[in-house]
Each structure stands twice: as structure tokens, then as C-alpha cells.
Design a binder for this molecule. Structure first.
Ligand code: EPZ
Length: 420
């Protein structure tokens, strides 16, 4: 397994361009199942998760074609040759569950492996399944697989107990071809949900209210293909914003959409960062020592759980104590133990982590446990004195395109050691 070695102490200065949003591209790729025509996606990031989704779609019968130099991926389902999303693919990427709704809508049948838990939590999909049953699907679990069928999904009024991003996306896609109208209440409001709805409407769907907690979908008989440019990745943008903050540097994050980063901008300004919002992106100037702030992760538009680990790294070196409350996932503090190995002073108890800022972190061998935890460890390593060796960086490759190159271009001392 590859590892990354970072020598800390450099201020990061310069400009970095944000890639396309992983969590927008994944549902939109799954939605290509809903049409027999070609869908052409632009600004698709080169990530492990995207490659896994492409493999899954090909396994279902898609013809796919990359125009590599343009980050453009075309997908066409002339026909669906296979109705099963196999365990060996789903276990490597939970977002595979996103083919369930489209498969049911297009073919009336689906057999999708139940995603297992992951490092950050149990992450059940019960809300996806209950909602599909409310649209008339018959759903049962057999040998670890979701086996679902429905002659034709029927529109219904569905309320999610908990705001679920992929749950909302699954039902949004399923409802586009259902008979009648579906209302999703307590729907997720994430920008990626809105982007999926936008792309579906461009292809003939009739969706209103995406981005709010109530979405109305009027079923149609068919969707066309189309071309869609994926929006910039707000979590990658946020990660580079924290890189400027934790190194006391100055980074222009090109293509970052300020409107998707309101809570993070607010919190970073509270730590003392100067942030200038521009039409083409945003400029972040860090300070020598950030101030401690309290963070509570919430569904969008609240503070994003996917930025919690990165902020914990920053707050580890803050002047003061910070309380981080993680309300979305039940075990998303695994990075805390690794940050402690670097000298951070963090006490975790249930949903809360109390971070007492220290003057200095020191480099150490540490282990990545999940995608955003890996980013957190890299950020801490950029600040730490000496060398940090981060193991299991395959987690990073799932969600960050060429992160070592991007950080090196900003002045970071970072190398990847390929291990067979
Ligand atoms: C999406 O995961 C993202 N993944 C996650 O990003 C992100 O952390 C998460 O939303 C929260 O914003 C993609 O979009 C591919 P949820 P998702 O369903 O949809 C509970 C990353 O780093 N829940 O919104 O799986 C669940 O346990 C990833 O790119 C149920 O109980 O998250 C959690 O506590 C990590 N039953 C809460 O809801 C269900 O049926 C929110 O989960 C579904 C969810």
C-alpha cells in the first residue's frame, strides 16, 4: 500500500484549481441508467470512486468512453444487460447503492449488495428501502443483497426520518420515471442533490424544490441523454482553505463556489483567517496561530461533516480550546488518535471532541482510516515539525485528484512512496 511522507513547516502560497465534485458526479453517473441515450459528463474528477462507479455501470451493461485530457466521460445504456451490483464492487464503495433507484425505475428489478458499515459509522440504508416500498416496490434482503422489484413505481408522499443525501438522490432518480407525482419531505438540501436534479431536468425530468427540504417530482415516460458539467468539489475546496489556514499561508482556491461554503468561511474567519470572496474563487490568508472555535456538524447548509476532520487538525494548533460535535456519523473521530500521536491534545467522548490547542505538532508515523481522516493527517503534517509518514493513503485517492501535485505546487514538501 502506498504511503505519503510530508515534511512540515512550509507556508503554502499560490493558486490551486478545484476538481469536479465527487459526490455530484457519482449520483449523476448512476442516473445514466434512466435513459437509452448518451450522457456526456464534463469536469469529472479522476478518482478511485469514479473509476469504481464506471466499473459498476459497465458491469450493468453501459458503454463508457473517457476523453481523458478533458475530464469528460460519456456513458450510454442502450440496454441493461445485468441487474446486479455485486458485493465485490459495493464493498469498495458504498455509493454503489445509488444504482438501486435507477435500476428499479428503468427495469423494474434490482439486486444490489447491501453496503456494509465503514470506518465512520454503520451507515444503514433502511430509509432508502422504506421509501422505495412506499412507491410500491417489493424489497427483501437475501444473502446480503437487496432484492427489489416493481412493475412500475408509483408516486407518493414520502418523509425521511433523517436527512439522507444518497437516500434523497436514490428516490429523486426513482421518482423521475414513476407513475404520478412524488413529494420528498425532509429531503437533503446538499448542493450535490440540487446538481443531480438540475442534470435530470436538463434531460426531461420534472423536478421542483431541489435544494430545499421538500422536493416534488412529476413522473415522466422517458428521459433523454444530454451533456452536463459537474460543479466544483466544495469539500476539496474546503480542504485547501484549511491548508492555507494551518500553514499560515495564502492560497487562491480557483473555482470554489462561496455559496456552497458559507459555514466553513464563517468558522475560518472566526479562527482569524482573512477570506476574500471573488467571482472566480476565494483567497484565504492564514494567521500564525488560529483561535479556537466550536464546530457542530449538521446537514447542509450547516457545517459539513466531511470537513470535521480537517478542522480538527487546524484546531489542534489553535490558541484556545475548541469543542467539536459530530451529529451525523457515530464514529467519525478516528483521526483524533492519530493526531494525538503528533502531539495534539484531544479528548473524545461520544459525539464530542474537546481539542485543547497546542503550540506545536511533531511529525510521526500515522495511519489513515477513511477519506477525510487522511486529509486531516496531511493537513496536520503540513504544520508539524519534522517528517510525518501517512500509511494507507489509498483512502485519499478515493476523493482527492492528484493532491500531492496540488500541494507541492503550493510549496509543500510531500512525496508518495509507491509500495507493491
Ligand atoms: C453522503 O453519504 C456523502 N456520500 C458522504 O460523503 C457525507 O459524509 C454524507 O452524505 C453526509 O453529508 C456521498 O454523497 C456519496 P447520509 P450518505 O445518508 O448519503 C443515517 C465522503 O467523504 N442514515 O446523508 O451515505 C446515516 O447513518 C462521504 O465523500 C440512516 O440511518 O450519508 C447518517 O447517520 C463520506 N438510514 C445520516 O443518516 C439511511 O437509510 C446521514 O447519512 C440513510 C442514512
Amino acid at each position: 500500500m502506498d504511503k505519503v511522507i510530508v515534511t512540515g513547516g512550509n507556508r503554502l502560497v499560490g493558486e490551486v484549481a478545484v476538481s469536479g465534485a465527487k459526490n455530484a458526479a457519482l449520483p449523476i453517473l448512476a442516473s445514466t441508467l434512466l435513459s437509452t441515450e448518451e450522457c456526456r459528463l464534463l469536469n469529472v474528477p479522476y478518482l478511485m470512486d469514479i473509476a469504481t462507479m464506471e466499473r459498476l455501470l459497465s458491469c450493468l451493461g453501459a458503454k463508457t468512453q473517457w476523453e481523458k485530457q478533458k475530464h469528460t466521460l460519456s456513458v450510454r445504456f442502450d440496454q441493461v444487460e445485468n441487474l446486479e451490483a455485486p458485493y465485490e464492487l459495493v464493498k469498495t464503495m458504498r455509493a454503489s447503492i445509488l444504482v438501486l433507484g435507477p435500476l428499479l425505475a428503468r427495469c423494474g428489478k434490482a439486486r444490489v449488495s447491501l453496503p456494509g458499515g465503514c470506518a465512520i459509522g454503520a451507515r444503514p440504508v433502511n430509509l432508502h428501502l422504506a421509501a422505495l416500498e412506499q412507491m410500491g416496490a417489493e424489497v427483501r434482503i437475501e444473502h446480503g443483497y437487496i432484492v427489489a422489484s416493481s412493475k412500475r413505481l408509483r408516486g407518493n408522499r414520502i418523509r425521511f426520518d433523517v436527512s439522507t443525501v444518497t437516500g434523497t438522490e436514490n428516490l429523486l432518480m426513482a421518482a423521475t420515471l414513476a407513475a404520478g407525482t412524488t413529494i420528498l419531505e425532509n429531503a437533503a438540501r446538499e448542493p450535490e442533490v440540487e446538481e443531480l436534479a438540475r442534470s435530470l431536468n436538463e434531460r426531461g425530468a420534472k423536478i421542483r424544490g431541489a435544494g430545499t427540504e421538500t422536493i416534488e417530482i412529476e413522473g415522466v415516460d422517458r428521459l433523454t441523454g444530454g451533456s452536463h458539467r459537474i460543479m466544483p468539489d466544495r469539500i476539496e475546496a474546503g480542504t485547501f482553505m484549511v491548508a492555507a489556514a494551518i500553514t499560515g499561508g495564502e492560497i487562491f482556491v480557483r473555482s470554489a463556489l462561496c455559496g456552497h461554503l458559507r459555514d466553513l468561511i464563517l468558522k475560518l474567519r472566526e479562527t482569524g483567517c482573512e477570506i476574500r470572496e471573488e467571482s472566480e474563487g476565494l483567497l484565504v490568508k492564514g494567521v500564525r496561530r488560529p483561535k479556537g472555535v466550536d464546530i457542530t456538524s449538521l446537514p447542509y447548509p450547516g457545517f459539513p461533516t466531511d470537513m470535521q476532520a480537517q478542522m480538527m487538525a487546524l484546531l489542534s494548533v489553535a490558541d484556545g480550546t475548541s469543542v467539536i460535535t459530530e451529529t451525523i456519523f457515530e464514529s467519525r473521530f478516528q483521526h483524533a488518535a492519530e493526531l494525538r500521536r503528533m502531539g495534539a491534545f484531544i479528548k473524545t467522548e461520544g459525539k464530542q471532541a474537546v481539542v485543547s490547542g497546542v503550540e506545536h505538532l511533531t511529525g510521526a508515523p500515522v495511519m489513515a482510516s477513511d477519506l477525510r481522516a487522511s486529509a486531516s493527517l496531511i493537513l496536520a503534517a503540513l504544520r508539524a515539525e519534522g517528517e510525518t509518514e501517512i500509511l494507507r493513503v489509498y483512502h485519499l485517492d478515493r476523493g482527492y485528484e492528484k493532491i500531492e501535485e496540488k500541494l507541492s505546487s503550493l510549496g509543500a514538501k510531500i512525496v508518495r512512496i509507491k509500495e507493491n
